[in-house]
Write a protein that binds this ligand. Structure first.
Ligand code: NAI
Length: 474
């Protein structure tokens, strides 16, 4: 007999597993179905983020940064390192261990919160409002019945036409995290988040990295001033960046040859030992059996949802990468919680204006709210205030003074409209800006708050003071 649940979540990534936990906390009988498995077939919930995204990439970013510091930054501190070398196998082993700890953490949380976990691919097997049948293609195969379904099936890397991923020479995000030895020449297609993070990892470890980007502007979604600074710093670090290119044929044999037209339209070719293709992701709807139950997809293949993550089918919800909006783990989590709350009759809420963006390069880049160019385009009167880490005592002591904090505040009300950071610990500093914006703070509010000294957070206060042309340390 089918097992019956109030909520069945399909997908155990950050959107799905968090939705399942929240639903269970709210007293709903909840199951989560996830098919990801370890090399030896064990369940590995956590989705792309935990298995081949956020978590392992941060592990390798940390390892490679430690190596770079030991090689280039320690001597300034009076620390001499002799015979420095990289053990890539150990680095990858550590990364895999960090991932496994996270997989196990999620399984533990399911147990603790009484979420029933099913290992296998989940798909619609029929049913109607209030009683959807979900097939789990696991061992054994089971059918669950659900009053509510939350689809959280995530996304997959988009391949270049004519250059399928083999994860030996042409790598997706998964392959980029598992290169067994440092390639001498590494090519990256797409100067987005994955390209910059993975390009940084392998450059720090010694690879010669060339990035080919289709758009003429670097990091188009970021504030232009931040993007300019980032391009300058990354180029100084040795990432060879070619913008405005048109990638043509890719031929893989002993190595990989990429033919492309440069920004002047001139034919060029790049030969590399490995090629990472990071040109965005596509939603995972294959295998959901969406058509059989009439689940509507939009014109780009995402599950179509309204502002509350409701699909066209009664009691069927969808969250995270498989629906519109930024493909960010924390956006998926927020939508997962909100969907669970709505199912429980509460008021879930996701504020798209205060979703932070972070790129974990060095320096880190983080922002929330509007960019300066967006405010100009929208004709909003604003005031900007900026403070460089060069003038921050803690940054000097750290030996990491690249970049700045920039506040954008409404010209009349002083309400904070956007905060942009490039510099040390930007990923942590941005949280203050998110809180401030959620509470509709003005830049003066931040300027009048006591910030610990010495700390990087003082750069936030000083940038807020700069909006009113009254910085103290510059
Ligand atoms: P992305 O959307 O960040 O960047 C893709 C880049 O590839 C863009 O700059 C685009 O113009 C370029 N591109 C597209 N087609 C191209 C072509 N044919 N030739 C050359 N360039 C081309 O996508 P990415 O880096 O693959 O990441 C996928 C998703 O994962 C993103 O939505 C990203 O936000 C998310 N992610 C987030 C992270 C974070 O929050 N730190 C880390 C890694 C991924």
């Amino acid at each position: 007999m089918a097992k019956t649940f109030d909520v069945v979540v399909i997908g155990g990534g950050p959107g799905g597993y968090i939705a399942a936990i929240r639903a269970a906390q709210l007293g709903l009988a909840t199951a989560c179905v996830d098919e990801w498995k370890t090399a030896d077939g064990k369940p590995a919930p956590g989705g792309t983020c935990t298995n081949v995204g956020c978590i392992p990439s941060k592990a390798l970013l940390q390892s490679s940064e430690n190596y770079e510091h030991a090689g280039h930054a320690f001597s300034e501190h009076g620390i001499q390192v002799k015979g420095l070398s990289v053990d890539v196998a150990q680095m990858l082993k550590r990364k895999d261990r960090v991932v496994r700890q996270n997989n196990e953490g999620i399984l533990y949380l399911f147990k603790k919160n009484k979420v029933a976990f099913y290992h296998g691919r989940g798909s619609f097997a029929g049913g109607s409002a209030g009683a959807w049948d979900i097939k789990v293609a696991g061992k054994p195969e089971e059918t669950l019945t659900a009053k509510h379904v939350i689809v959280a099936t995530g996304s997959s890397p988009r391949a270049l036409p004519g250059a399928a991923f083999d994860n030996k020479l042409i790598l997706d995000n998964d392959g980029a995290l598992a290169i067994p030895e440092v390639p001498r020449r590494l090519g990256v297609i797409g100067a987005g988040v994955v390209g910059l993070e993975m390009g940084s990892v392998w450059r720090r470890l010694g690879a010669e990295v060339t990035i080919l980007e289709a758009l003429p502007a670097f990091l188009g979604a970021a504030d232009e001033q931040v993007a300019r600074e980032a391009l300058k710093v990354f180029t100084q670090q040795g990432l060879a960046m070619h913008m405005g290119v048109k990638v043509g044929r890719v031929t893989a044999g002993k190595d990989v040859k990429v033919e492309y037209a440069d920004s002047d339209g001139k034919a060029q070719a790049l030969t590399v030992d490995k090629l990472i293709v990071s040109i965005g992701r596509v939603p995972n709807t294959d295998g959901l059996n969406a058509a059989a139950v009439g689940l509507k997809l939009d014109e780009r293949g995402f599950v179509a949802v309204d502002g509350d993550c409701r699909t066209n089918l009664p009691n069927v919800w969808a969250v995270g990468d498989v629906v519109r909006g930024p493909m960010l783990a924390h956006k998926a989590e927020e939508e997962g919680v909100a969907a669970a709350e709505r199912i429980a009759g509460k008021h879930g809420h996701v504020d798209f204006n205060t979703i932070p963006w972070v790129i974990y390069t060095s320096p880190e880049i983080a922002w929330v709210g509007k960019t300066e160019q967006q405010l100009k385009d929208e004709g909003v009167k604003y005031r900007a205030g900026q403070f460089p880490f060069m003038a921050n005592g803690r940054a000097r002591a750290l030996g990491d003074t690249t970049g700045f904090v920039k506040f954008l505040a409404d010209g009349k009300t002083d309400r904070i409209l956007g905060v942009h950071i490039i510099g040390p610990m930007a990923s942590e500093l941005i949280a203050e800006a998110v809180v401030a914006m959620e509470f509709r703070a003005s830049s003066e509010d931040i300027a009048l708050i006591c910030h610990a000294h010495p700390s990087l957070s003082e750069a936030m206060k000083e940038a807020a003071l700069a909006v009113h042309k009254r910085t103290l340390n510059l």
